[in-house]
Ligand binder design. Structure first.
Ligand code: CAA
Length: 380
């Protein structure tokens, strides 16, 4: 039996995140989207509030909170600026959580503390031009030489790639072993032979940056390897299991924003002498979206609670992401439909929700990959 009553602390975090988002994210959100401008000041403030390392123990400068509290905060940030929630989610779920779970004490002292406190920003780099859903099909490789690994190759679609200080990346250390020949490394931005590509021009979450990473004889000390040689794929997959709960919460935030905008518009817009919200056709859309949003939240909170209790959550995390991302896309599309001609105009701000929602069905594993993961878990 799972109890979903929020604690006083969780309610306080929810309120803090909501107020922060309204006060600090809402004012410039449309300009940052239009100009693909990174929210530097806002991310710095989120670090000061403890939002950049929420699940990291306090001894490593994190907020020491659980996954449920994290997804509650993430939903609030996503409801106002999905791009900011992407930056937050990658730093929290994919970088800090990975280092907290798999890093050595030295790595935690050297890297986790500054990442969790928001002084530095992290990126997670798994994909390559030929390797998206087929995540173990990597070409980037590392050769060990005199206390270092020499890394060569190209990674792509790296969120926070340009603005991060540290990248956790995965590459082959043994080309013959497939997924068991992959290792994980921490790469500092300043390391020789490491460079970033141009900022990608994206459909949505435009204020977060995405780019390619290039490794040309990049020398990384052996001490920067995370886990054993060959353990990289397991680390990557395990980390994505947690990350997917965060992306589900992002989808939930977008869906909620769409519903709130649609309800507000439907209550004000008059056609045929009545508000459009008084028509069954509109109410049905709103009713379905409200129901789907609550169902998505329950799936997300269940996955978060299972993770917090140390129980298996791979299937539940994929279910939450699959469902919440579908709800986000549908809620945003319905919101634009309810706004009609106005919804199609940038000025009204709801078409951004549609553009932002789409990525939740793609990154950290496409919907088809979530179905594959759920299907495999069912057949075990
Ligand atoms: N946790 C721990 N270990 C896992 C795991 C998990 N969730 N899933 C798989 N593994 C392990 C398996 O147990 C297996 O180990 P053993 O051989 O010891 O049993 C090993 O990993 C290989 O697993 P599979 O044979 O299942 O691997 P596969 O090649 O069939 O691929 C997959 C599995 C689920 C399709 C995987 O490739 C996948 O998740 N693909 C999607 C990749 C993805 O999500 N990319 C996102 C990029 S990051 C991103 O988007 C971040 C961003 O910037 C926002």
């Amino acid at each position: 039996m799972i109890d979903f009553t929020l604690t006083e602390d969780q309610e306080l975090i929810q309120k803090t995140a909501r107020e922060f988002a309204v006060e600090h994210l809402a004012p410039g959100v449309m300009d940052r989207d239009e100009n693909a401008e990174f929210p530097y000041e806002q991310i710095k403030l989120m670090g000061e509030l403890g939002f950049m390392g929420m699940m990291v123990p306090e001894e490593y400068s994190g907020a020491g909170m659980d996954t449920l509290t994290y997804v509650i905060a993430l939903e609030e940030i996503a409801a106002v600026e999905a791009a900011a929630s992407t930056i937050m989610s990658v730093n929290n779920s994919l970088v800090c959580q990975l280092l907290a779970d798999w890093g050595t004490n030295v790595q935690k002292d050297q890297y986790l503390k500054t990442l969790a406190s928001g002084i530095k920003l992290g990126a997670y780099s798994l994909s390559e031009p030929q390797s998206g859903s087929d995540a173990s099909n990597l070409r980037t490789h590392a050769r060990r030489k005199n206390g270092h690994y020499i890394i060569n190759g190209t990674k792509n679609w790296v969120t926070n790639g340009i603005n991060s200080d540290i990248v956790v990346m995965f590459c082959l250390t043994d080309k013959d072993l497939g997924s068991k020949g992959i290792s994980a490394f921490i790469v500092d931005k300043g390391m020789a032979g490491f460079s970033t590509g141009k900022k990608e021009d994206k459909l949505g979450i435009r204020a977060s940056d995405t780019c390619e990473l290039y490794f040309e004889d990049c020398e990384v000390p052996v001490e920067n390897r995370i886990g054993e040689e060959g353990a990289g794929f397991k680390i990557a997959m395990n980390t994505l299991g947690g990350g997917r709960i965060g992306i589900a919460a992002q989808g939930l935030g977008i869906a909620r924003a769409a519903l709130e905008a649609a309800v507000s518009y439907a209550g004000a817009r008059k056609q045929f002498g009545k508000t459009i919200g008084s028509f069954g056709a509109i109410q049905n859309k709103l009713a379905n979206t409200a129901t789907e949003i609550d169902a998505a939240r329950l799936l997300i909170w269940r996955a978060a609670k299972l993770k917090d209790r140390g129980k298996p959550y791979v299937k539940e995390s994929s279910m939450a992401k699959l469902y919440a991302s579908t709800v986000a896309m549908k809620a945003a599309t319905d919101c634009v439909q309810i706004y009609g001609g106005y919804g199609y105009m940038r000025e009204y701000g709801v078409e951004r929700l549609m553009r932002d929602a789409k990525i939740t069905q793609i990154y950290e594993g496409t919907s088809e990959i979530q179905q594959l993961v759920i299907g495999r878990e069912l057949m075990k």
